[in-house]
Design a protein around this ligand. Structure first.
Ligand SMILES: [Fe+2]
Length: 358
C-alpha cells in the first residue's frame, strides 16, 4: 500500500504550508492501485511537484481537506467509493469545493465523461496515460489555480488594508471629536455650535461643487476651527467682562496656536485652512496674516460666513439670538468687505431653502 503522505514530507516531518505560501504546486494522486499511483508519480516527479498519495476515496477526502492540494488526479474505478462519488463529495465541502479535479479513466465513452462532468470534474485524462498530455494538463491547471490564488490573495490583502484604513480613519475622527469636546468643557463654545457650523460648511461646499474627495478634510477643519483656543489662558478666555486690547491680542493668537498644534500631524495638513485662516477677512483686515480676497483659502471664506451666521443667530450670555433677517443683512452689508461677495448670495439662498430644524 502506498504511503498516506509523500516521502519528502515523511523525511522532513514538516506540514505542507498554507496554499498562498507555497512555492511549489501540490498534487494529490488518488488510485486504489499501487502501480497506477506510481505511474503518475514517475511521470510528474521530474517537474518538482509535491506529490501526495491516497489509496481510496475516504483517504482522498481527508487529505484534500488537510493539505488543500492544487490539483487532484482522481482514478474513477475504485472499490467502495468511486471517483465520481469522491468528486461529488469534494464539491459539497466548502474548503474543497473549488479544488481542481482531473479524472483518470479508462472509460472513454460519452456517458462516462458526462457522468464525470455532472460529478464536478474539471478535466479528464485517459488511461493509458500519455506523459506529455499529463504534464501539460497538470501544468495548465496548476498555473491557472496559482494565478487565481494570487488574485484572491491580493484581493484579500486589499480588503484588509481598506478595512484597516477605515478603522484608522474612524479612530482619528473620534479623537478629533474628543479634542472638540475637551475644548467645549472649558466653556469656549458648545459642542452643538461646532456640529452646527460643521454641517453648514459642508452644505455650503456642496452648493458650490466643492470636490467630494476633499469633504472629509473640510469636515475635520470645520470641527477643529477654534482648537487653537486651547492655548489661551482661562483668565482671558473665560473673562466675563470686556477684554482689553492686550487681551484681544492674545485671543487673536488662536489661529497660530491651531497651526502650531496641527501642522506636525501629517494627516491634518489638509485641514489647516479653516483653523488657521477662519478670521481672515476679504478686505485684508483679518488676522493672523491679513490675507485679502482670493488669497484667503476657499475653505476659510466659506467657514467665515457660516461662523458669523451661527454666532448672530445663537443666544449669547450678553444678548439673545438675532433674527435670521438681521444676520442676512449683516452678511449682505459686508459682502465684498469682510466676506467673499460671490459666496454671500449663495449662502443666503441656501439658508432660505433650508427647512426649519424645529
Ligand atoms: Fe476662531
Amino acid at each position: 500500500m502506498t504511503s498516506y503522505v509523500n516521502e519528502s514530507q515523511m523525511a522532513s516531518s514538516k506540514p505542507i504550508p498554507e496554499r498562498s505560501l507555497r512555492t511549489t504546486s501540490v498534487i494529490l494522486i488518488v488510485d486504489d492501485d499501487h502501480n497506477g499511483r506510481e505511474i503518475l508519480a514517475a511521470l510528474l516527479r521530474p517537474y518538482h511537484y509535491e506529490l501526495l498519495f491516497a489509496s481510496d476515496g475516504y483517504q482522498a477526502l481527508a487529505m484534500a481537506q488537510v493539505h488543500t492540494p492544487d490539483v487532484i488526479l482522481l482514478d474513477v474505478m475504485m472499490p467502495g467509493m468511486d471517483g465520481y462519488e469522491v468528486c461529488q463529495q469534494l464539491r459539497s465541502i466548502p474548503i474543497t469545493a473549488e479544488m481542481p479535479v482531473v479524472l483518470i479513466t479508462a472509460l472513454d465513452d460519452r456517458d462516462s465523461r458526462l457522468q464525470g462532468l455532472r460529478s464536478g470534474a474539471d478535466d479528464f485524462i485517459s488511461k493509458p496515460v500519455d506523459a506529455m498530455e499529463l504534464q501539460v494538463r497538470v501544468r495548465t491547471i496548476t498555473r491557472l489555480n496559482r494565478y487565481r490564488l494570487l488574485v484572491d490573495e491580493r484581493r484579500r490583502a486589499e480588503q484588509i488594508a481598506l478595512q484597516a484604513a477605515a478603522e484608522l480613519t474612524h479612530a482619528y475622527d473620534r479623537t478629533l471629536e474628543g479634542w472638540v469636546r475637551a475644548l467645549a468643557l472649558r466653556d469656549v463654545e458648545t459642542e452643538a455650535h461646532s456640529q452646527r457650523v460643521t454641517a453648514l460648511t459642508i452644505q455650503l461646499a456642496e452648493q458650490i461643487g466643492y470636490p467630494q474627495e476633499r469633504m472629509t478634510h473640510l469636515w475635520r477643519g470645520a470641527l477643529l476651527h477654534d482648537i487653537g483656543k486651547i492655548g489661551i489662558p482661562d483668565a482671558i478666555l473665560l473673562k466675563p467682562g470686556k477684554l482689553t486690547d492686550g487681551e484681544m491680542d492674545v485671543i487673536r493668537k488662536h489661529p497660530e496656536y491651531a497651526y502650531n498644534l496641527l501642522y506636525p500631524i501629517a494627516y491634518l495638513h489638509p485641514v489647516l485652512n479653516i483653523p488657521y485662516a477662519h478670521h481672515e477677512r476679504w478686505d485684508g483686515s483679518g488676522y493672523p496674516r491679513g490675507l485679502r480676497g482670493d488669497a484667503i483659502p476657499l475653505e476659510a471664506r466659506m467657514f467665515a460666513l457660516v461662523d458669523v451666521w451661527d454666532a448672530l443667530c445663537s443666544d449669547r450670555p450678553y444678548r439673545k439670538a438675532m433674527s435670521t433677517a438681521y444676520a442676512e443683512r449683516e452678511l449682505q452689508d459686508h459682502a465684498g468687505i469682510l466676506y467673499d461677495p460671490e459666496l454671500v448670495p449663495i449662502f443666503i439662498q441656501m439658508m432660505h431653502q433650508r427647512k426649519p430644524t424645529s
